[in-house]
Structures are given as structure tokens and as C-alpha cells.
Design a protein around this ligand. Structure first.
Ligand SMILES: *[C@@H]1O[C@H](CO)[C@@H](O)[C@H](O)[C@H]1NC(C)=O
Ligand SMILES: *[C@@H]1O[C@H](CO)[C@@H](O)[C@H](O)[C@H]1NC(C)=O
Ligand SMILES: *[C@@H]1O[C@H](CO)[C@@H](O)[C@H](O)[C@H]1NC(C)=O
Ligand SMILES: *[C@@H]1O[C@H](CO)[C@@H](O)[C@H](O)[C@H]1NC(C)=O
Ligand SMILES: *[C@@H]1O[C@H](CO)[C@@H](O)[C@H](O)[C@H]1NC(C)=O
Ligand SMILES: *[C@@H]1O[C@H](CO)[C@@H](O)[C@H](O)[C@H]1NC(C)=O
Ligand SMILES: *[C@@H]1O[C@H](CO)[C@@H](O)[C@H](O)[C@H]1NC(C)=O
Ligand SMILES: *[C@@H]1O[C@H](CO)[C@@H](O)[C@H](O)[C@H]1NC(C)=O
Length: 292
């Protein structure tokens, strides 16, 4: 009996793990949602450079600005160079280089901002020690309320900490998180609170091995985060234990903008080392926003 149960369990697990086929996954937001905005990263505008022997275009300036310099710590120097962020083959590629640790951060602040909905992006991640790619949302309440982070709120749909600082399988793990001010809905008093959950690939593959859809659903009551068909983070925002309630950050009083970037180093991933393979790329097929 024990063996039979083991066999059944084995077959079940085996079937489950190996039926995960991210290569043919298609994201479905559900019939109650409709597409309100997307960037399919088509080749538009003038050719900016020849990269890998083919024409390269800049990210669409009506959707994205390139933030420059050193932002949020770490070693990286974000640039607006075409070498660090370009469109080619209907994909956005962000490249992190060893030389000067240059990289790119695309932000849709003031350009494409949305209140509630599903935000999804299909991304193939970089890998390796010291790489810190992210796809995230931040509230913009500056003009109307003069509020900034963390009171405005943040939804981290995806962060990956490449390498082995926290174990041996960091490149298989996606982190989802939210950040807010749990002490007040103004800038004082301020207490940065966060809640984070992680997800590991069911077959032990690296996130780098496949283009996966990383998504969030933000409703007036609820924030969920997932990868492809898996929902691994659900947070009820209506009454948060140990926090000021209700929290304005996710209430819909202000919209959120989107960020795609590769950070390098910093205390969470640790620095790159001689195992890190350079350059590293984050390849994005599309970004979509759906609303009800
Ligand atoms: C996707 O892959 C799964 C598992 O291999 C298979 O059952 C399914 O038919 C495939 N779907 C498509 C649309 O190819
Ligand atoms: C960051 O990169 C830019 C563009 O290559 C360069 O001009 C700038 O000096 C760099 N900054 C630092 C701090 O290295
Ligand atoms: C995160 O949120 C979950 C669900 O509300 C809760 O159980 C958990 O204690 C929270 N963790 C932290 C560190 O606040
Ligand atoms: C929270 O989100 C989950 C997943 O989308 C959903 O099943 C659940 O009904 C939501 N709860 C509320 C209160 O909106
Ligand atoms: C929020 O939860 C606390 C306990 O966690 C409870 O005392 C309080 O009544 C709740 N408030 C609302 C508005 O549900
Ligand atoms: C979310 O929290 C509120 C207030 O505590 C509660 O009334 C509601 O049932 C919760 N929703 C879910 C889906 O747990
Ligand atoms: C805010 O969260 C911190 C820990 O994240 C906790 O120590 C503190 O008591 C919370 N403060 C309030 C006002 O909820
Ligand atoms: C890589 O770095 C480690 C630790 O600093 C060192 O022990 C090792 O010799 C280095 N390997 C190479 C090939 O440089």
C-alpha cells in the first residue's frame, strides 16, 4: 500500500512537473478584463544603431523615459544609451554590462499610468551573481498630494536576485512584494512596511530559461501577484494588521506607473563576482494593462 501510494504520488508529481510547459503558455486576463494599453515593442522611429548586425531602435518615447545615474543604491549606472536599452525583433532588450556596470531603467511615469487593473509583462530574465532585474509599479501622487515613496505605495510584480548569496537557487526564484507607509497616509509619521512572497519554478529551471508572464491584479480590495498560471501572492488591502487603515496607497486615489530595469549589486543580491557572465540581458516581448 505504501509503495502504491508512493507510486501514485510519484506519477502525480512527475506528471505535474513535466506538464509545465511555459513555452506555449498564453496569458488570459479573464473575460471581465479588456486591454487598455500595450507596448509590443515594435520597431518604430529612426534607426539609432546597428546592434548584433541589425538595426536597433529606441524604446517608444511616448511610453517610456530612461532614468539615468545611480538610483536606489547598487552598483549600476543607468544610462540612456541605445546600447543599454533597444528595440529589435519586436522585443525590448535591456543590457547590463560589466564595464562601468552600465544598465537601463525604463519608467512610464507621467506617460502611462493606470488606476487598478491587471499589469502583465512577458520577460526572459538575465541570470547570475549580482544581477537584480525588476518589473514593478509605483504610485504617482506628487502633483495632487505632494506624496512620495513609500506612502504612495509600490507593487513589485517581479524581482530576481541572481546568484547564490541566499542559497543556491536564487535564479529560480521570483519575488513579489508590496510596500507602503503603515503609520500614516501622509509623509509623517513614516514607517516603511512591506510584505513579500516568493515563487520557485516547478521544474527547477532558471527564470532565464523561459520567457514567462509576470503579472499583478490590483483591485480596490486586493493585490495578487503571479507567474504564468501560478498565483503566489494575495494580499487583502482592506484592513491590514498593524497598519493605519484604510491605506490610501492602493485605494485608487492616484495612479501607478511602471518600471523595468536591471540593477546590479547592492546588499540584497551582493556584488557580481568572477562567476557572473557578461553582458546580461532582460528581454521583454510585451507589456499590457487590462481593466474591468
Ligand atoms: C501546450 O503544452 C501542453 C503540455 O505539453 C499541451 O498539453 C498543450 O496541448 C499545448 N498547447 C498548445 C496550444 O500547443
Ligand atoms: C554613467 O554612464 C554615463 C554614460 O556612459 C557616463 O557618462 C557617466 O560618467 C557614468 N557615470 C558614472 C558615475 O560612472
Ligand atoms: C504578509 O501578509 C500575510 C497575509 O496578510 C501575513 O500573513 C503575513 O504575516 C505578512 N507578513 C509580514 C512580514 O508582514
Ligand atoms: C483577491 O484576489 C483573488 C485572486 O485574484 C480572488 O480570488 C479573490 O476573490 C480576491 N478577493 C477580493 C476580496 O477581491
Ligand atoms: C480590522 O481588523 C481588526 C483586527 O485585526 C479589527 O479589530 C477591526 O475591527 C477591523 N476593522 C475593519 C474596518 O474591519
Ligand atoms: C478582507 O478583509 C476584510 C476586512 O478585514 C474582510 O471583511 C474581508 O472578508 C477580507 N476579504 C477576504 C477575501 O479575505
Ligand atoms: C509598521 O510596521 C512595523 C514593522 O514593519 C511595525 O513595527 C510597526 O508597529 C507598524 N506601525 C504601525 C503604526 O502600524
Ligand atoms: C574567483 O573568485 C574566488 C573568490 O574571490 C577566488 O577564490 C577564485 O580563485 C576566483 N577564480 C578565478 C578563476 O579567478
Amino acid at each position: 500500500m505504501f509503495r502504491l501510494i508512493n507510486l501514485i504520488l510519484f506519477v502525480f508529481l512527475f506528471a505535474n512537473v513535466f506538464s509545465w510547459n511555459p513555452s506555449n503558455y498564453s496569458y488570459d486576463p479573464g473575460s471581465n478584463y479588456h486591454l487598455v494599453w500595450q507596448d509590443d515593442f515594435e520597431n518604430v522611429g529612426p534607426v539609432k544603431a546597428t546592434i548584433n548586425g541589425a538595426p536597433a531602435y529606441a524604446p517608444n518615447p511616448s511610453n517610456w523615459i530612461l532614468k539615468t545615474g545611480n538610483i536606489n543604491g547598487g552598483l549600476q549606472n543607468y544610462t540612456d544609451s541605445i546600447e543599454n536599452a533597444y528595440i529589435q525583433n519586436d522585443q525590448l532588450t535591456i543590457v547590463a554590462y560589466k564595464e562601468g556596470y552600465t544598465s537601463a531603467m525604463l519608467s512610464s511615469v507621467y506617460l502611462q499610468q493606470f488606476t487598478f487593473g491587471k499589469f502583465a509583462a512577458k520577460i526572459r530574465l538575465p541570470y547570475g551573481q549580482g544581477l537584480w532585474p525588476a518589473w514593478w509599479l509605483v504610485g504617482n501622487a506628487w502633483d495632487k498630494y505632494k506624496l512620495y515613496w513609500p506612502t504612495v505605495g509600490e507593487i513589485d510584480i517581479l524581482e530576481m536576485i541572481g546568484g547564490r548569496q541566499w542559497g543556491n537557487s536564487n535564479d529560480k526564484i521570483a519575488y513579489g512584494a508590496i510596500h507602503w507607509n503603515n503609520a500614516s497616509n501622509s509623509m509623517t509619521p513614516l514607517n516603511h512596511a512591506q510584505n513579500q512572497t516568493k515563487w520557485q519554478t516547478p521544474d527547477g529551471s532558471l527564470l532565464h530559461d523561459n520567457s514567462l508572464v509576470y503579472w499583478t491584479e490590483w483591485t480596490p480590495k486586493n493585490i495578487s501577484i503571479g507567474v504564468n498560471e501560478f498565483t503566489y501572492f494575495q494580499f487583502n488591502t482592506t484592513n491590514i494588521s498593524g497598519s493605519i487603515n484604510p491605506v490610501d496607497a492602493w485605494s485608487g486615489k492616484w495612479p501607478f506607473y511602471m518600471i523595468l530595469n536591471i540593477a546590479i549589486g547592492g546588499s540584497w543580491p551582493g556584488s557580481p563576482d568572477n562567476t557572473t557572465v557578461w553582458p546580461q540581458k532582460m528581454i521583454v516581448d510585451w507589456v499590457r494593462v487590462y481593466q474591468q
